[in-house]
Design a protein around this ligand. Structure first.
Ligand SMILES: [Mn+2]
Length: 290
């Protein structure tokens, strides 16, 4: 009889048994309390882990095997349902701990608001931080129906914290007029509709910089990723997102953390969203964790 937790679907495949033996930590942030449309991304992290069983451990793109990356899947943080403020405190506290230990954080969402406490924490260690944000939505609102803790606000908050000129958004195709005006006036770098081509142009200027990468799965066209709360027609392909991850992996940036958010499995009975997401996670592990 043989049992292997690393292939049970409970952890991302090939997860090392303990955090001590890992350079990177995968952790789930199963929060979907502030979404404006369809909830369900709290189940994203566990379904991505389950889908990882179907992956090969070798990447022909990067000529690297998961065995060469030391990572531990810590599971999902326990977050209090409905309490966004307290959930964000818990995430930030956990992140502070990971950063202190020098681990590379690879977060799985959950709604996009979970990225906000993560960036706050990473910024404490890297005051020269830049953020690469790949998403269909600008996420530049100041509030949503009066609520400042909303999944439509994390990039606006990030601009306020680290300086708008250090924020680079790609693939944006949805938002209020005011968000696009803010992007124009604030000095942030917003590239609409496409990801790979503008990203490849920008990468040289980020050379040597510490960079946090946040990817919202809804940057993909709903044809590739219907399993998300706020699907938005006219998106990029899985192939373009993979190529973009590889371009970042092969750049001279110092990638100090990353996340993949907004996978909401209930809206995709084909499971292709989480299957794609698990491949993006593999490529991020192989490409970003040096
Ligand atoms: Mn989005």
């Amino acid at each position: 009889m043989r049992f292997d937790e690393a292939y049970s679907g409970k952890v991302f495949i090939m997860s090392r048994a303990t955090e001590q033996e890992a350079d990177a930590v995968i952790y789930g942030m199963p929060m979907d309390w502030t979404v404006s449309f369809r909830p369900g991304s709290r189940f994203g992290p566990s379904r991505i882990r389950e889908a990882s069983i179907g992956l090969e451990e070798y990447s022909p793109y990067l000529n690297r095997h998961l065995e060469e990356v030391r990572y531990h899947d810590a599971g999902d943080l326990l977050l209090p349902f409905g309490n966004a403020a307290r959930s964000l405190e818990i995430i930030e506290g956990y992140m502070d701990d990971l950063m202190k230990q020098g681990k590379f954080p690879l977060g799985l969402g959950g709604e996009h608001l979970v990225t906000w406490p993560v960036i706050q924490s990473v910024y404490k260690s890297y005051p020269d931080l830049a953020v690469i944000h790949i998403d269909a939505h600008a996420d530049l609102r100041e509030e949503y129906e009066g609520e400042v803790l909303s999944h439509s606000t994390p990039i606006r908050k990030t601009c306020g914290l680290i300086g708008a000129e250090n924020v680079y958004s790609f693939g944006i195709r949805s938002g209020m007029r005011e968000e696009f005006e803010y992007a124009e006036q604030s000095g942030m770098h917003m590239f609409k509709f496409d990801v790979q081509a503008p990203l490849e142009k920008v990468l040289p200027e980020l050379s040597g910089r510490p960079v946090y990468v946040t990817i919202d799965i809804d940057v993909l066209d709903p044809a590739y990723a219907p399993g998300t709360g706020t699907a938005e027609a006219g998106g990029i392909s899985s192939k373009e997102l993979l190529a973009s991850i590889h371009a970042m992996a092969e750049s001279d940036m110092n990638i100090v953390g990353a996340d993949l958010v907004e996978v909401s499995p209930a809206y995709d009975t084909s499971e292709k969203t989480q299957i794609a997401a698990s491949k993006f996670v593999r490529e991020m592990l192989l490409g970003f964790v040096k």
